[in-house]
Design a protein around this ligand. Structure first.
Ligand code: ATP
Ligand code: MG
Length: 426
């Protein structure tokens, strides 16, 4: 069996079985792209993609379980033991429209032609079932020299598909590679073509870049090149000086909300705008929301004077009631990573964790008094007032001022009612 040091054993074994099956059918087959590159660099291998001379129909015939995931681009997913493997027919991409991926592909029988259409030399290395490498563009040399270099003429490659420029930035950032001069120059020349690229493809590359070891390296490249001029925030070098940006690399890559919140804060995007912005970048609604909530909580807590414990606690309680306990926990994690350096802020984080643990209620359902109980006790018709009373009860319990017991709550209710009447008469 071909040795893979950085791939999952079963994945390596099953993908080799696919290669051997294709070969037994009379076709050429190899591992290619990310898995070969990552194995050579010594990084964990994820997907073990396969390329073959067999057409999609021929692939379908050879395997029991297949899914035509991208059949128009030549990709069939072969599933063995519930593990999916992408098997893609060797192809060239002849007709490019509007600097985007081609709408039509031409299947070819030769591996060399297939490698020629790939973006960078480091991604154009194939591995055969006997373990040997096919590397016509000297991708291994570039891996050693840590260089991002286009396969063939960079300008031509970027004109064909402008996303490749951003992919290059992503690979350079994640692997801490430099750009080969003419490839970088081609990027500077053709960066305007990024405007033709779908937001979703851009988002996927940015997500991978931000999750890498040193996202600020990539952000600096984006600032230097102005590659994302059309992306609604200014990737300029001034933002690189922002304290939040300085701390970005220190945040863990997961949960991804942490780094995205820091990034947006460094760019001065307020929490209330963050959600719409993230959605316009095609992030999921729930991810966009949790990033924006994280920023909102941070804004709310930062507004309070650091020495005003009562106000800090009240703000924290309100954040729990408004955004949920999990969001506040995430914020604690955020600040913990960002500020662990200064004693004062470490104190606040400790304090906030303690307060959070002591909050016995999250929603009205947790109160020992229901809306009906309140209506009955005050003998009044339900109305807008009820929500306000419940919220006040919740806050009092969450702050530890009132016990979550029926009798205590009824007493607190009387006070709330008296104050409310006073407020109302003003
Ligand atoms: P990752 O680790 O993110 O999966 P990858 O190199 O495998 O990195 P994929 O997007 O999975 O990236 O693509 C698989 C391979 O397909 C690449 O290694 C490259 O050879 C080729 N490829 C992907 N996108 C392009 C593109 N836009 N232009 C040319 N070749 C591409
Ligand atoms: Mg991949």
């Amino acid at each position: 069996m071909t040795q893979w040091k950085h791939a999952d054993f079963k994945q390596a074994q099953l993908s080799e079985h696919i290669l051997l099956t294709l070969e037994a059918g009379g076709y050429t087959a190899c591992w290619v792209g990310g898995c070969v590159r990552d194995e050579l660099i010594g990084r964990p291998v994820h997907d073990m993609d396969i390329a073959t001379s067999a057409t999609p129909q021929e692939v379908e015939k050879l395997f029991e379980r297949t899914v035509p995931t991208g059949i128009e681009h030549g990709t069939i997913t072969v599933v063995i033991d519930k593990i999916p493997f992408e098997v893609t027919t060797f192809r060239t991409e002849s007709e490019y429209k509007d600097f985007r991926r081609p709408e039509e592909v031409t299947f070819v029988r030769s591996l060399d032609e297939d490698l020629q259409r790939r973006d960078f030399t480091i991604n154009a290395i194939a591995r055969l079932s006997d373990g040997s490498l096919v590397d016509p563009y000297e991708g291994q040399v570039d891996l050693q020299r840590k260089k991002i270099r286009s396969v063939g003429d960079a300008r031509e490659r970027f004109r064909e598909d402008a996303l490749r420029m951003l992919r290059g930035v992503r690979f350079a950032s994640v692997f801490a590679f430099e750009w080969e001069k003419s490839t970088w120059e081609a990027l500077l020349e053709l960066r305007g073509n990024m405007a033709y690229i779908a937001a979703e493809r851009i988002r996927v590359e940015l997500e991978k870049m931000i999750a890498g070891a040193q996202p600020t390296f990539g952000i600096k490249m984006l600032a230097d090149s102005n590659l994302l001029a059309t992306s609604k925030i200014n990737w300029t070098t001034t933002q690189l000086q922002h304290p939040m940006m300085q701390l970005l690399d220190r945040l863990p890559a997961q949960p991804a909300e942490l780094r995205w919140a820091a990034l947006l804060q460094a760019f001065g995007v307020p929490g209330e705008q963050a959600e719409a912005l993230m959605k316009s970048w095609t992030f999921s609604g729930s991810f966009a929301k949790s990033v924006s909530v994280l920023i909102r909580i941070d804004e709310a807590m930062n507004k309070v004077n650091e020495s005003d414990d009562a106000q800090l606690r009240l703000t924290l309680v309100r954040c729990v009631l408004d955004h949920g306990r999990e969001s506040v926990k995430l914020w604690i994690q955020y600040r913990d990573h960002l500020q662990a350096t200064t004693d004062d802020s470490a104190d606040l984080i400790r304090q906030a964790s303690t307060w959070l643990k002591w909050i016995p209620v999250d929603t009205p359902r947790d109160l020992a008094l229901s809306g009906n109980d309140i209506v009955a006790a005050l003998k009044r018709k339900p109305g807008a007032w009820l929500g306000i009373y419940i919220r006040r009860l919740l806050e009092s319990v969450a702050l530890g001022h009132v016990q979550n017991e029926r009798a205590d709550l009824l007493k607190a209710l009387e006070e709330i009612d008296a104050n409310f009447a006073k407020d109302d008469s003003r």
